[in-house]
Design a protein around this ligand. Sequence first.
Ligand SMILES: [Zn+2]
Length: 110
Amino acid sequence: MSTSSPTIPPDVAAHVLCHYGRGGYPAGDWAEDLISLISRADDSNRDRFAAGFPDYVAAITAIKYDPNGVAHLLDLAAGRCTRCKTTDGPNTAAGLCEACDQPMPLDGVA
Ligand SMILES: [Zn+2]
């Protein structure tokens, strides 16, 4: 199983949330079938899907296995910073606002 954490675009987060009845909005027929297949895949087949659809696999893995997965996907779908929850945007591909994406220097001097 891959240990990298690919970025999850807002629309992918919304599609996966909707598939699991947790908000978001529906995907088209093709993507809905893809979500259904990935969600039912065993580990080896999920890895094969991850090669082609890393964002969908990451979102489905989050909602199925991460206790904070739904909250994380709701933040991504709404464009909220996944760390400080502001909606000021723009957010990085990892879902962080610009302030959160710039780590505080260790000596505390900005
Ligand atoms: Zn932030």
